[in-house]
Design a protein around this ligand. Structure first.
Ligand code: NDP
Length: 464
């Protein structure tokens, strides 16, 4: 076996580990092992690439790996769970930017030689430079919005869609010009600059609430750009890995849009999610009376219930109350209460946010119910305990046609016999809209930090 064959064989093994890793990531039970398998594949891929690399470039590559590795490892350890979406946006953007830079560098090396570059080389290089550029710029804006460095509101100017369309056409014209064999680094740089502008303009126009869908879409773009770079570099593993990222990003985007009951076009062009805190008043009683109670009162409701459904939301993550919510659930189970957790697909600030938090507290997977499974159970639920969730239980999504979240599937907690909401104030959630659930006569508010309120409930339930 010569070196080329050995490299290809090793790449095949890496590709298999990536596929196994992805498959295992689809269930919380196998996700950790899946991550380890894929990480092993990535280490092997890096090792083989170094072995295969031109010795003159090794020092540069190793320096890049060390700097990137230190930054990546530090950020992964230091990042707060609540800031994970912006980190994903940042790392995704860096991937798109890397694909664009490699393409520009490959184009620079290839033009001006005696033989003309092949059309296939030109197409893959241009695709990766342009799509990578859109992904980089878009991801940086998504990062800025989630980190609140820039406003989360959709920023639109009159005629923006027309300008975007003209920009897109200009990029295509420049790409066709270069793909036809006209050599010009200046034109390539102009095309990449326009693609950066397109990424900024597209994502600026989207509200903060839609950032998870946007990041997932841009993730798909980065995967496709990386796959195209694989064609440019004749690297089979990059083609496979990029395609896997592209496909999984596209599938996740589709699933999230479906969970919000919106089309992808509506997410990208709908300027949804003001993030401005403006209240949209529901049709009935959204400004009615709010009933609040003490932990002791709520403990009595919970202690005498047959079934309690816990609905975690972003506030659970902020309060880091995952361990104490588990304590409360254990306490209730000891009293014979049937306890379940209702998981909304976009609760929190990233896909799977609640699953990750509850897994950290060793909540059994059998107690977690997806929205579709649990929604039919609410009429048979004595108490729904909403912990730091707001938008995902807002009945306006069903009852208020003018509401920005109208049409988004929500957890039907309003159908349960009683609702208890744990939050600090009457403040709105991510979408910035009022929640008529809080003034529903069957709702009781327990104001305070979720961790403190839950700790008080644990103590009080013991005495019931
Ligand atoms: P929301 O953002 O709607 O509401 C969270 C609530 O938690 C707030 O109303 C806040 O009220 C309360 N809260 C905050 N801190 C605490 C605390 N320490 N103790 C108790 N309560 C607290 O969260 P949801 O999970 O219901 O909905 C998620 C929203 O985020 C959706 O609009 C979704 O589209 C969007 N989104 C989802 C992402 C994802 O992928 N999951 C990513 C990005 C956005 P108060 O201040 O009064 O305490």
């Amino acid at each position: 076996m010569d070196k080329r064959q050995a490299v290809d064989l090793a790449y095949l093994v890496c590709a298999i580990t990536f596929i196994i890793g992805l498959k295992r990531l689809s269930s919380p039970r196998t996700a950790v092992r899946g991550n380890q398998v894929a990480a092993f594949g990535m280490v092997l891929a890096i090792g083989v690439t170094l072995w295969d690399a031109d010795a003159r470039d090794l020092a540069w590559i190793i320096a890049g790996i060390v700097i990137g590795g230190v930054i990546g490892a530090y950020s992964a350890r230091a990042v707060k769970m609540t800031a994970m979406p912006q980190m994903v946006a940042l790392f995704n953007g860096v991937g798109g930017g890397a694909a664009a830079l490699i393409s520009i560098s490959e184009y620079h090396d290839r033009i001006g030689l005696a033989t003309d570059p092949a059309t296939s080389f030109l197409i893959s290089t241009l695709f990766s430079a342009i799509v990578g550029g859109v992904s980089f710029a878009g991801s940086m804006i998504a990062f800025g919005k989630l980190q609140e460095v820039i406003s989360g509101s959709p920023v639109t100017v009159p005629g923006q869609k027309a300008v975007n369309a003209v920009n897109f056409i200009a990029i295509v014209v420049l790409a066709v010009y270069l793909a036809a064999g006209n050599e010009s680094e200046g034109v390539l740089v102009l095309a990449v600059a326009l693609s950066l502008l397109l990424g900024v303009s597209l994502v600026m126009a989207i509200g903060g609430a839609d950032m998870p869908v946007v990041i997932s879409l841009l993730n798909s773009f980065t995967g496709l750009a990386a796959a195209a770079t694989g064609f440019t570099l004749h690297n089979n593993l990059l083609i496979i890995a990029g395609t896997l990222v592209g496909a999984s990003g596209a599938l996740l985007t589709q699933m999230m849009s479906r969970a919000m009951n919106r089309s992808l076009a509506n997410v990208v062009f709908g300027a949804f999610g003001t993030g401005s805190g403006t209240a949209v008043v529901g049709p009935a009683g959204a400004q009615g009376t709010v009933r609040s109670a003490s932990a002791d009162d709520v403990a009595v409701m919970l202690g005498y219930a047959r079934r309690v459904v816990i609905v975690p939301g972003y506030g659970l993550a902020v309060a880091q109350a995952q361990h104490v919510v588990r304590e409360l659930a254990d306490q209730l189970e000891r009293k014979g209460v049937d306890v379940r957790y209702a998981i909304h697909p976009v609760a929190g600030r990233m896909p799977g946010h609640m699953n990750v938090l509850l897994a950290e507290a060793d909540v059994p997977y059998t107690q977690l119910y997806e929205m579709d499974e649990i929604n039919a159970e609410f009429p048979r639920t004595d108490v729904s305990l909403v912990v730091g969730a707001n938008d995902v239980v807002n009945p306006a999504a069903k009852n208020t046609p003018g509401s920005p979240i109208y049409g988004m599937p929500v957890l039907n907690v309003d159908q349960s016999q009683a609702v208890v909401v744990l939050k600090r104030s009457m403040n709105t959630g991510f979408a910035g809209i009022d929640n008529e659930l809080f003034t529903d006569p069957k709702t009781t508010m327990l104001f305070g930090d979720a961790k403190e309120s839950l700790a008080n409930l644990v103590t009080s339930v013991k005495n019931v």
